[in-house]
Ligand binder design. Structure first.
Ligand code: 3HC
Ligand code: NAI
Length: 679
């Protein structure tokens, strides 16, 4: 392995290069390299100034793989303090990204120069931690507490221009070579006879902040909603309060204590699990990374209903032309007008220009003739959920589609192998299961049939990224991963209703757990006519018979006023009562919030374990990503399987038995052996 940090000296200036692919993370070897480089800069009388830069990018921060174990010294803070304490000017030359510890390293340098396209940010909050190497203390001193908190609480990177405006960088490099300009700056500074500017000793900004007595109350109230459930944001605010009120060293002590507490928290462990799980999903062990992919330069979508329109928009958004087929002109017009309205709404919010809208719309062509799909590289079917209709469509496609075209179904539940059997090219067939609204939801379930070829799978994985979705691979089963997992959740929520817990209690318990909405509100949002539930629960069916289809039509379990505020509907309460009477249930079993949470989540974990055991999902992390992206499962819990590992598998097995469920064999085995889903 080449040295992750090298130092070369020319004309009295040391260039320190971090070279640790793929993202120049500041792992142990890099910290050792930077420490040694700093020592040499300090000791070597030939060196009068230094530039620190990274190959291909500055740095993406700490090596997240080191989290969760004892991090070997030197620590980030030790290295950064050593650099800041040098008596010779050090310039950070920032290209592409300086994130987290990378941005902290830059702040420890005396000067910062960035390319115009560089981005600087503190994404720690997204990992449930905080900038813990002096970042919470240096950043407010450089740019003021409010701007510092905006950056650290949002985790969003800012542009170099914004960083210049805020005082986070001193100079932009313009179009010229970054290193050349950084060296020039270093030369100027080594001949400049005044004390070196150190972020830790600046206090002009902090003095202004000290005078603003409402500052932290304002920040807390502005972020209250986003901070709910999360540990890191409040800890970050406390650190910045310390930066404003205490000397640097004391502030650093507060930061260290808060950072240690966060690092050890379940939330931080869960969020770094999610970080890596999100990047794993596209990797399929038996489909090598270099598997050739098919070029997809034109897409066909069959059906312009709820899903078809959104699916088409995904491709139009990235400049791939789409042909959309319908059976009737009215359905096509309706579908196209929904697309137009969607784009216009986005433009009205200032997120698209009229020119972009026009370009995207011109990429979508509507037709009533299936034959018009003959040229398409990929054809996605999104017609009614009926095997008979899928048979008609796929038999027709087999005749029409060009050889080698990828044929996909957006079915929610039906058997992809059965569908592939309607063609003479089952190796080109797979499921591409989008989530509603398909132009918004970030998940794509890629369903692998028995005969789907590796090339087709690799193509789907790549294409998914191209349209901005995270792909998760599923094997064929009823409901694949996402719907199969969440079916017990929605069934049991309704069962609890019938047994006597109110809809508000059920929803509140789950929003307190971290979901944006509870299961009963979710049913209303999705539409009561969309899913049919097995077993005795017929609540949604009864409500649909009364033309109550959820938020979209006449309300569902709740009635909605014109501001979408929900109140339990008397009609729904009557339906629940009626079901109770027919089933001979008294309806007086009220559950406490904790019992609601475990009663709804344990069966989901059980289903997840079964899904994993059957090989429907490749990894427990894939199930977590599916739940987080497909069902807004709160990411700070790590997803259902990660939460289960933290919660305790033996506890879940006991709980399931008490609830009268049979624990899945994999769950039972892991609980017995003290194992975990994540291995
Ligand atoms: N540590 C370890 N591995 C990292 C990493 C990090 N900080 N950042 C990225 N990687 C890995 C990814 O896991 C991936 O590995 P793989 O190829 O084996 O799957 C590889 O690098 C490439 O990453 P991406 O697929 O995400 O590449 P992109 O080009 O899409 O994005 C990026 C690059 C914007 C840098 C993105 O990777 C990113 O946001 N990284 C995380 C940045 C971050 O959160 N930094 C803060 C760390 S915490 C910290 O610094 C604490 C400090 O206070 C001490
Ligand atoms: P939809 O009823 O809104 O739209 C289906 C459209 O297909 C209708 O406009 C219909 O006219 C058209 N159609 C029917 N037969 C056709 C044919 N032979 N040729 C061309 N067009 C035809 O249905 P929706 O909700 O869009 O669902 C479509 C598929 O997507 C189903 O398989 C469903 O299970 C699946 N799905 C639905 C989700 C949802 O939330 N609605 C989520 C994920 C998948």
């Amino acid at each position: 392995m080449q040295d992750p940090v090298t130092l070369t000296v020319k004309n009295g200036i040391a260039t320190v290069l971090i070279d640790n692919p793929p993202v120049n993370a500041l792992g142990h070897q890099v910290r050792v390299g930077l420490r040694d480089a700093a020592a040499r800069i300090g000791d070597d009388t030939q060196i009068r100034a230094a530039v620190i830069m990274g190959r291909s990018r500055f740095s993406a921060g700490a090596d997240i793989r080191e989290f969760g174990s004892d991090i070997a010294g030197p620590s980030h803070s030790e290295v950064f303090n050593q650099i800041e304490g040098l008596m010779k000017p050090v310039v950070a030359a920032i290209d592409v990204t300086a994130l987290g510890g990378g941005a902290e390293l830059a702040m420890a340098c005396h000067y910062r120069i960035a390319t115009p396209t560089a981005r600087i940010g503190f994404p720690e909050v997204k990992l449930g931690i905080l900038p813990g190497a002096g970042g919470t203390q240096r950043l407010p001193r450089l740019i003021g507490a409010e701007a510092a908190l905006d950056m650290m609480l949002s985790g969003k990177p800012i542009t170099a221009a914004k960083a210049l405006e805020l005082g986070l960088v001193d100079k932009l490099s313009g179009d010229a070579d970054l290193l050349a300009q950084a060296l020039r700056l270093a030369t100027e500074m080594m001949n400049f006879d005044s004390p070196l500017p150190r972020s830790s000793t600046r206090d002009a900004r902090i003095k202004e902040d000290r005078a603003d007595k409402e500052l932290f109350a304002r920040i807390r109230s502005r972020n209250a909603r986003a901070m709910r459930h999360l540990l890191a944001p409040e800890a970050i605010i406390r650190c910045v309060e310390a930066a404003v009120t205490l000397p640097f060293e004391e502030g650093v002590r507060v930061e260290k204590a808060e950072s240690g507490r966060l690092m050890a928290s379940d939330q931080a462990k869960a969020l770094s699990h999610v970080f890596f799980a999100m990047r794993q999903t596209a990797k399929i062990p038996d489909v090598p990374a270099h598997t050739p992919v098919k070029p997809i330069n034109s897409v066909g979508v069959i059906g312009a209903g709820t899903m078809g329109g959104g699916i088409a928009m995904n491709f139009a958004n990235v400049g791939i032309p789409v042909t959309m087929v319908e059976v009737k002109a009215e359905a096509l017009d309706r579908g196209l007008s929904v697309i137009i309205r969607n784009y216009e709404n986005t433009a009205a919010k200032g997120k698209l220009t009229q020119e972009q809208v026009d370009r995207r719309l011109s990429a979508i062509t509507g037709t009533l003739a299936m034959d018009d799909l003959a040229h398409c590289d990929l054809i996605i079917e999104a017609v009614f959920e009926s095997m008979e209709i899928k048979e008609q469509v796929f038999s027709q496609l087999d005749r029409i589609a060009k050889p080698g075209a990828v044929l996909a179904s957006n079915t929610s539940f039906l058997d992809i192998d059965h569908i592939a059997g309607f063609t003479k090219r089952p190796d080109d067939v797979l499921g591409l299961h989008f989530f509603s609204p398909a132009n918004v939801m970030p998940l794509l379930e890629v369903v692998r049939g028995e005969q789907t070829s590796n090339t087709v799978l690799a193509t789907a994985m790549k294409l998914s990224r191209q349209i901005g979705k995270t792909p998760v691979l599923a094997r064929v089963c009823d409901g694949f991963i996402a719907n199969r997992l969440m079916l017990p959740y929605l069934v049991n929520a309704q069962e609890m209703l019938v047994e006597g817990t109110s809809m508000e209690e059920i929803d509140a318990a789950m929003t307190d757990y971290g979901f944006a909405m509870g299961p009963i509100s979710l049913l209303d949002l999705v539409g009561l006519d969309v899913v049919t539930f097995p077993g005795e629960i017929k609540l949604t069916e009864e409500l649909v018979k009364q033309e109550r289809r959820g938020q979209k039509l006449n309300g569902g379990f709740y009635d909605y006023d014109d501001r979408r505020r929900a109140t339990p509907s008397p009609a729904a309460l009557a339906v629940i009562d009626d079901v109770r009477q027919r089933r001979g249930i008294r309806g007086d079993r009220r559950r406490q919030p904790e019992e609601i949470v475990t009663g709804l989540l344990y069966p989901v974990i059980n289903e997840g374990a079964q899904t994993l055991d059957e090989g429907i999902a490749l990894r427990s992390g894939d199930i977590d990503v599916t739940a987080i992206l497909g069902y807004n499962w709160p990411d700070f819990t790590g997803g259902p399987m990660c939460w289960a590992d933290q919660h305790g598998l033996a506890r879940i097995v006991d709980g399931l038995k008490k609830m009268g469920h049979t624990p899945a064999p994999l769950l039972t085995r892991l609980a017995r052996e003290g194992g975990s889903f994540s291995g």
